[in-house]
Unconditional design. Structure first.
Length: 385
C-alpha cells in the first residue's frame, strides 16, 4: 500500500514527544493534561503552558484500574485511571495540572480519585445548550482562567487569549482540511492511518510544528487523490464511524471495518470532525470560547440535535454508504442516543445503520467480524443493484 511520506513522521510523533515534554519540563515549562474536547486549549496556551492529551485508549492498564473502579464501567474511564494509577503515561507523569470535566457521572466520580494523585481542576459542564447554560459556562471559563493564573503565577490578558485562539483555530483548520481529503472517491488514506494522525498529533507539544506536519501530509494526499492513488477501489463501501472517541489501542472496530472490506472515510467523534469548528476571533475572547465549546454536540447534551445534524451533514459530504455507531460498554448517553440517531439517519439520509456496543478487549472480535461483514455485504449488494 502506497503511503504519503509525511505519514511516517506523524506515526512516531507520540513517542518522540514523550521525550520532548520531559525536556520542556526540565527547562521550566508547565504542562497541562486534558482528556476531553470540552477542555479549552486556548486558555492553557495563553497561560504559557503546554496542553497535552492524556493516555486513555489502551486495554493494558484496565486490570489495575479494576482494583478500584467497577468492572462494568466504561473502558475509556478505566483506561484513563489505570494509566494514572500505574504511572505509565508520560504525559500524565509530567503534568502540573489536569483539566477535567463533568461530561458523565463515571468520569466526574473517577476524577475525584484522580485528584488525589495530581492537582486537578474540574469544570462543571452544563448539559443544555441555551442562553442560561452559556452564561454559566462562561463563568466556568473565567474560573479556569483564574486557576491557571494562580497556579502558574501568570496574567492571561485578552491579547494573549486572542493569539491563542488564532493558533488553535489554525490547528482546527489544518485538521479539517486533512479529514476533508477523504471526501474524494476513493479516499487516498485508510481510516486506520487517518486515526493514527488524529490520535498522535494530540500529543504534540509544539502546535505549530504539528500544524505544519499535517498540512504537508494533506498536500501529499491531495496529490495522491489527483493521481488516482488509493488503498481502496471506487466501489469499496464508505463508512462513517460515529459515536464514542477512539484512538490507537481502542481502534478495534475501525480496524475490523477495513479488514472486512470497508473504508472508514470519516470519524464523527470528538477526536475527529467534532474538533474542527473555529472559535470566533472578534469580540470578548472568553465569551467566544464559551460559545464554541458549549456548542460541541456530545451525547451528554440533552437534547442533542446538533449531533444529528452533524451526522446528516457528514453522510452527505463524505458520500457515506453506511453509518457504524460505536458505543463503549457502560456509556449510557451514547448507547441510548443511538436509537434516536438511527431514526434520524433513516429519515434524512436513507443509508444503512449499525450500532456496535463493545469495549477495548479483543474478546468479541470474531462476533463483530460476522456482523460487520454482513453489514458491508448488504451495502455492496445495494451499490451493485
Amino acid at each position: 500500500m502506497t503511503k504519503a511520506k509525511t505519514f511516517a513522521e506523524i506515526s512516531t510523533l507520540r513517542e518522540r514527544n514523550a521525550l520532548a515534554v520531559k525536556d520542556a519540563k526540565e527547562k521550566g515549562r508547565r504542562v497541562v493534561g486534558t482528556y476531553c474536547l470540552y477542555s479549552p486549549a486556548e486558555l492553557v496556551v495563553a497561560a504559557g503552558a503546554i496542553p497535552v492529551m492524556l493516555c486513555g485508549t489502551s486495554q493494558n492498564p484496565i486490570p489495575a484500574a479494576e482494583k478500584v473502579l467497577p468492572r462494568n464501567l466504561c473502558p475509556l474511564i478505566k483506561s484513563s485511571y489505570g494509566f494514572a494509577a500505574t504511572d505509565t503515561c508520560p504525559y500524565f507523569h509530567f503534568a502540573d495540572l489536569l483539566i477535567a470535566e463533568t461530561t458523565c457521572d463515571g468520569k466526574k466520580k473517577m476524577y475525584e480519585l484522580m485528584g488525589e494523585m495530581k492537582p486537578l481542576h474540574l469544570m462543571q459542564l452544563p448539559q443544555l445548550q441555551d442562553d442560561a447554560a452559556l452564561t454559566y459556562w462562561t463563568g466556568e471559563m473565567k474560573r479556569l482562567k483564574s486557576r491557571l493564573e494562580t497556579e502558574f503565577a501568570v496574567d492571561i490578558t485578552d491579547e494573549k487569549l486572542r493569539d491563542a485562539i488564532r493558533l488553535v483555530n489554525e490547528e482546527r483548520r489544518s485538521l479539517k482540511e486533512f479529514q476533508d481529503v477523504c471526501k474524494h472517491v476513493p479516499a487516498p488514506i485508510s481510516g486506520m492511518d487517518m486515526l493514527t494522525v488524529l490520535h498522535n498529533r494530540g500529543f504534540s507539544i509544539d502546535k505549530q510544528e504539528a500544524i505544519d506536519l499535517v498540512d504537508r501530509l494533506t498536500a501529499e494526499l491531495r496529490e495522491m487523490a489527483d493521481n488516482g492513488i488509493s488503498p481502496f477501489k471506487p466501489a469499496t463501501p464508505r463508512i462513517l464511524l460515529s459515536g464514542v472517541p477512539v484512538g490507537i489501542g481502542s481502534d478495534k472496530v475501525a480496524r475490523l471495518i477495513e479488514e472486512c472490506g470497508g473504508s472508514v472515510v470519516c470519524f464523527e467523534s470528538c477526536g475527529g470532525y467534532k474538533k474542527v469548528e473555529p472559535v470566533e476571533e472578534s469580540g470578548d475572547p472568553l465569551a467566544a470560547m464559551a460559545d464554541r465549546y458549549l456548542d460541541i454536540p456530545c451525547s451528554c447534551m440533552s437534547p442533542n440535535q446538533g449531533r444529528f445534524n452533524l451526522v446528516e451533514h457528514l453522510i452527505r459530504e463524505f458520500h457515506a454508504d453506511g453509518v457504524v455507531d460505536l458505543t463503549w460498554q457502560g456509556c449510557h448517553t451514547y448507547n441510548i442516543e443511538s436509537y434516536s440517531l438511527k431514526k434520524h439517519v433513516q429519515e434524512t439520509s436513507n443509508v444503512p445503520f449499525l450500532q456496535i456496543e463493545t469495549d477495548y478487549s479483543e474478546s468479541d472480535t470474531e462476533q463483530l467480524k460476522v456482523r460487520i461483514e454482513a453489514f458491508l455485504e448488504m451495502i455492496s449488494r445495494a451499490k451493485r443493484a
